[in-house]
Ligand binder design. Sequence first.
Ligand code: GLU
Length: 480
Amino acid sequence: MSSSPVRVRFAPSPTGNLHIGGARTALFNWLLARKTGGQFIIRVEDTDAERSKRHFEDAILGELRWLGLDWDEGPDVGGPHAPYRQTERMERYNALYTQMLKDGTAYRCTCSEERLNALRADQEAQKAARRGYDGHCRDAGLGADCGPHVVRLRVPEGETHVDDLIKGDVCFANADIEDFVIVRPDGMPMYNFVVVCDDVDMGITHVLRGDEHLINTPKQLLIYAALATAAAGSDLVGTVVPPRFGHMPLILALDGSKMSKRNGETSVGAYRELGIHPEAMMNYLARLGWSHGDQEIFSVDDLRTLFTAEGIGKSPSKWDMEKLTWVNSHWMRALPAETVALRARAFFEARGWSAHPREVALVACLRERTRTLVELADAARIFFTEDYVRDEAVMAATLPAARDVLTGVVTVLSATEDWSEKSLEAAVHGWCETNGIKLGKVAQPVRVALCGQKVGPGLYQTLHVLGREVALQRLQAAIA
Ligand code: GLU
């Protein structure tokens, strides 16, 4: 594929939340635009009046923004080809199929439901090789006054080739494609038709989308071909160039079955709520079907320079929560502690914890050992409340025997004014040296006294984050 600037789009139907497959489609198109210095457009395909809801549109755009994507044109930001919602573009669709009727590339059809049902039954009974509409009204020359009708595309003989960026040449026999309906009896234009109208008008050069759309592509190419023959005088003349298509393999569950709620969360929002960072989500989504050698960790800047459509593989990829979590643990440590802390706040809030005086330090000491923001928030309990789980058995086995050590540490720490990690470390080390006690003998009981567990974040970090008052209180309680 050339590296000249592309115009690509993500075209969500606002009938639900953003799914991981959709997020990957959006990401790959966005990367293609950003890599080539082209444009990324959001177009909302809301022609399903019953199922389309504005709150889904808002939610989808919100998730895309969370992921770190931005767009040059779209329903919220406008642009030279506004409006960007299909329900607001009806006049244009109307004009285009009127043009096609005039050009003869489409025709009116008044066949009744009964006739079409009988035709279907007949074809089935005869096990006919050619099924679908039989072209009854094709040459009837029906005009606008023909009564209730649909508009059908006049599908020519021959073959339609999809020169797919990922799959290579995919050939469809036109004989297998009936003269399909592009406008319903109520005047509502159909999906394949409006997609093409918009992609033409918006100057789309490349379409990366899911495999499930491959069956639509020959139909869409036939519509391009029809629009391209628009008679002189039409504003379509010279503007109809089909985009390059690339159909991406499905995302499957780990066991190879179809992704569903049963084998993993399918919405992007669910992963946000599980404490996945957007950088990790982007990183992981990019690796689903795309690769660059055996590199696993990619920043957005890496992706913007390395991404190519040629790097997209042909086989389905599997959604692996373990791997996503692993990628997330990388980003937990790689992001600035301030960023992680800012994001962790919502998770602390949800647990009823208001701001901690040393929240960034708190996050910095926990993120090394936690893989998601949920795990981090769970581990943060010891810093926010006295209501945390203590391992009573460990406490009973450790604390009584360490009474003298703990008493000594409390004495030296009580005299320590500077509660920074460095100063705490110096104080404890000094005490160990003076008393000829190994640090190992001290660290364990102090940690158990502070956290109620044998394992926990670094000792001086823990002391520092807990703060003077709480730390001394817990140590004294342990001695008592
Ligand atoms: N609106 C379609 C969908 O949500 C996308 C159509 C396309 O990408 O061509 O699946």
